[in-house]
Ligand binder design. Structure first.
Ligand code: B3K
Ligand code: ZN
Length: 880
């Protein structure tokens, strides 16, 4: 297979200043005429290379004359054209068949409408072009299509003309004044309805905003529009970024490989991240829409105006834009809760990725298929690295740096190095060492120990940098680490000299493999409890010998909300891991008494939200009470992951806690009832989320009264959040009530694919091990379609990632079923098959029987005749 290396980067031989495209759209045989204004870049005699993938070439002309045969060398993946003058106009005509495009990459059809996806390399599936992000061009696009089936014709930039043609067709012309790389090109043509609004920018320009959807979804666009307007205002206020075209359009399509795409002036979205009304979408969906709309909008500056030189720089735009959207969401809702969600994702998805065979640095150095590098590392660890810049510099200097970055590189395709250099100008610390965060894969471990020397607290730090993905040096990272100390009564302890300044909370910057800090304490102090990596200032793992009492104390006393959550989670995790360990060691399930402090902490949290002890944010409490996922518990075991014991430990702990606190759970459930209709606001979302937790714990118990509560809520709630929360709670136990509720829910929502996605995911989560009959039934269910990525993620993705007991069934039936689906999907959509296959990557961590079976399935994928390069890269790396 072909490996692309950062070290091999060369600037383009030719630049394309202008692109004039004319599309005559048809399901089969769409005609694409492209006129490129070509300019030699530097002095050389190299030919011009135009990428082209699955295109039928019709003609090429040079300055209006047809080209000599020997000037054109047509290869499988493009055209090489030699003997060109320094400047010329090339006109290339080709044909493509959108109706046959099952990859959802390039020009394809979704629900009969035409749409495109070009990032990273889809434009070469539309026309011949130097399809690389460092070739920036101005585009003029003419769309011609049948007016009755395609009344709406959209592309990037501003509309300049539209008129009817003879023969029932019509035409629209769009012009984008901003030079852009081909990956930001988009067109949409179809039968769509739209809602419109306006935004007045800080300099007083009025922007027309439109959201286009299939006609039956027109009543589900308001929330996305509100989110867009908020995003535009936030980016002006926070980063001084103003929008730069007369229109901004969004289109929602049902068939989409990922969340959304930031094409210039024409964002195309997975409908899941646009469509919402309270009867069909949950609070979680509302939040997802708000943040993805913001993310794509923010790309207009971090990505589009300043773009990437090559795909190794992907995190330049993605890490930065994720950081921007995270901060936007934090400003729109609860900052602490947002941070908790971010860290959950990092720990559950990015840390495992960074410890396994797919590990790669934030700036990868090589790849086979760039589509496999749209990862949690590039996106989410990338955002953490930008966050560290922000934390180390402070907001004002960070903002001076971003202003400088946007100004200096506007209209250019640049590198991560350029970003670092610009930020470094604002810094007063060693940015050379900081750069390691971009270059070295793996999650650093920070071992922390403490001791008392007289009245001095000594804290020792040791960095451990794991060997991963061929990187085995152990040079230390620059790690900003928030720290505070609490006495046994939960009071913050002032940290005096030599390394303290009398403050209660400090941020230290660790730079060496081993180092110590000394703080003076008030005379006669005991050894205090440490609160470490507060607010998750660095994407590291903290190893520290906490006992249950320390954690319980921090869970209630820490002044950092994030670390309060973290302490409670650690306490729960400690309990779970100990129980699993005992069960494994003794071959039988241990005597299970709730450890000291855990039950009390649980009760205290509940009471605090019920308003009987202070007034905690219910949303925060709900985050605390959410038990760590089975996959995250599994991460605590480096080999022979005890899949079944983990499941059992989690189920039992939930039941025990519910049993101890059932009265309080009911009280909370009743007290936090929301009335007055659905509103998407912080207060109501918080109440609903804690009620959902309460109902879940209660339904962990085998008690008809709690089931009734859930059944009623599934039936009677006036919004999808509460209905679906109740259905989820009910699904914890295999009961008749559950089966009836699932049935009637499915018949009520059978015509609503996005709602049925939730149902498919819930069903996938509760399939019993080896129940192939149910899996077959779900696969055959009319709401499922293996061609649609959302359906695939809901059923196959959730089964393999959200139902570990069945996926890892000892017989191998779960592995086989998932691998069968992956192999089938690979025949028509390699991006999705490759993505689904990553779940097999960490086979080495399972016991012999499981490991062999997982490895066997990976080999089977690789052996598939015509295995896609995408899947081959993932499976190949997993097997290495
Ligand atoms: N930039 C797109 C992702 C494109 C993925 C291509 N395989 C969405 C985003 O991050 O905003
Ligand atoms: Zn992005």
């Amino acid at each position: 297979s072909h490996i692309v290396r950062l070290a091999d980067y060369r600037p383009p031989n030719y630049l394309i200043d202008h692109v004039d495209l004319t599309f005559e759209l048809a399901a089969r045989g769409t005609r694409v005429e492209s006129t490129l204004t070509v300019r030699r870049n530097g002095s050389h005699d190299e030919p011009l290379w135009l990428d082209g993938d699955e295109l039928t070439l019709e003609s090429i002309a040079l300055d209006g004359e047809s080209l000599a045969k020997e000037q054109v060398d047509q290869r499988e993946n493009g055209l090489s054209i030699s003997g060109l003058p320094d400047q010329c106009r090339l006109t290339v005509v080709c044909r493509v068949d959108p109706v046959d495009n099952t990859t959802l990459d390039g020009l394809y059809q979704s629900s009969g409408n035409f749409c495109t996806q070009c990032e990273a390399q889809g434009f070469r599936r539309i026309t011949f072009f130097p399809d690389r992000p460092d070739v920036l061009s101005r585009y003029r696009v003419t769309l011609i299509a049948d007016k009755s089936t395609c009344p709406v014709l959209l592309s990037n930039g501003n509309p300049v003309e539209s008129r009817d043609l003879e023969d029932g067709r019509h035409l629209a012309i769009w012009e984008d004044p901003h030079p852009k790389p081909s990956y930001l090109f988009a067109l949409v043509a179809g039968d769509l309805k739209s809602i419109h609004d306006q935004f007045t920018t800080c300099s007083g320009r009025t922007i027309d905003l439109g959201i286009y959807v299939e006609p039956h979804n027109i009543d589900r666009c308001d929330h996305a529009m509100r989110s867009l307007i908020k995003s535009m205002a936030w980016d002006e206020e926070t980063y001084g970024r103003e929008y730069d075209l007369d229109v901004f359009n969004i289109v929602a399509v049902d068939d989409f490989n990922m969340g959304a795409m930031e094409n210039k002036g024409l964002n195309v979205f997975n409908s899941k991240f646009i469509l919402a009304r309270s009867e069909t979408a949950t609070d979680h969906d509302y939040e997802g829409i708000e943040s993805v709309v913001a993310h794509e909008y923010f790309h207009n500056w971090s990505g589009n105006r300043v773009t990437c030189r090559d795909w190794f720089q992907l995190s330049l735009k993605e890490g930065f834009t994720v950081f921007r959207d995270q901060e936007f969401s934090a400003d729109m809702g609860s900052r602490a809760v947002k941070r908790i969600e971010e860290v959950n994702l990092l720990r559950q998805v990015q840390f495992p990725e960074d410890a396994g065979p797919q590990a790669h640095p934030v700036q990868p150095k090589e790849y086979e298929q760039i589509n496999n590098f749209y990862t949690a590392t590039v996106y989410n660890k990338g955002a953490e690295v930008v966050r560290m810049w922000h934390n180390l510099l402070g907001w004002d200097a960070f903002r001076r740096g971003t202003d400088r970055y946007f100004e200096r590189f506007d209209g250019q395709a640049v590198t991560i190095e350029d970003f670092i250099d610009t930020m470094a100008e604002q810094a007063d610390f060693d940015t050379a060492q900081f750069r390691r965060w971009y270059d070295r894969a793996g999650t650093p471990n920070v071992h922390v120990s403490k001791r008392l020397e007289g009245d001095e607290l000594v804290v020792d730090f040791r960095q451990e940098v794991p060997a991963v993905a061929g990187q085995d040096d152990d040079e230390p990272f620059l790690i900003p680490l928030g720290l505070a100390a609490f006495d046994r009564d939960g009071h913050p302890v002032a940290l005096g000299g030599p390394d303290g300044n009398g403050e209660q909370a400090l941020t230290l910057v660790l730079a060496k493999t081993e180092e110590s800090r000394r703080y003076s304490l008030p005379a006669g102090s005991d050894l205090p409890v440490l609160s470490l990596n507060r607010g998750f200032t660095a994407p590291v793992k903290i190893e520290h010998d906490y006992d249950a009492a320390d954690l319980a104390l921090l869970a209630s006393a820490d002044t950092d909300e994030f670390n309060r959550w973290d302490a409670y989670q650690r306490l729960v995790m400690k309990t779970l891991v100990e129980r699993v360990g005992e069960a494994e060691a003794h071959g039988e399930w241990p005597e299970t008494r709730l450890p000291d402090g855990l039950s009390e902490a649980f009760g205290r949290l509940l009471h605090s939200a019920a308003g009987t002890q202070g007034g905690a944010d219910p949303r925060f409490v709900a985050e605390c009470l959410t038990l760590p996922s089975e996959n995250y518990i599994a991460e605590q075991f480096t080999q022979d992951v005890p899949v079944d014991a983990i499941h059992q430990a989690r189920v039992e702990l939930r039941e025990q806690l519910a049993n101890e606190w059932s009265q309080t759970l009911v009280l909370v459930f009743e007290k936090l009832a929301v009335d007055g209709g659905y509103r998407f606001d912080g207060v109501d979302v918080g109440r609903r989320s804690l009620r959902a937790q309460a109902l879940t714990y209660l339904n962990a118990l085998d008690h008809p009264a709690w089931r009734r509560l859930a059944v009623e809520q599934v039936r009677e709630a006036d919004n999808m959040t509460e209905r679906f929360n109740a259905l989820t709670a009910l699904s914890l136990r295999a009961t008749d009530e559950r089966d009836e509720a699932l049935e009637s829910f499915a018949s009520e929502w059978q015509d609503d694919p996005l709602v049925m996605d939730k149902w498919l995911a819930l069903r996938a989560r509760i399939v019993e091990p080896d129940d192939m009959e149910t899996l077959a039934a779900l696969e055959a269910h009319p709401s499922f379609s293996i061609r649609n990525p959302n359906r695939v993620r809901s059923l196959i993705g959730t089964f393999s990632r959200g139902n570990p007991v069945a996926f890892h069934a000892a017989t191998g039936s779960g592995y086989r079923w998932v691998a069968d689906k992956i192999i089938e999907i690979d025949g028509f959509n390699p991006q999705i098959s490759a993505r689904m296959a990553t779940v097999f990557s960490r086979w080495r961590r399972y016991d012999g029987g499981r490991a062999d079976r997982m490895r066997g399935e990976l080999e089977r994928m690789l052996d598939r005749v015509d295995c896609s390069p995408d899947l081959a890269e993932i499976a190949g790396k997993a097997l290495k």
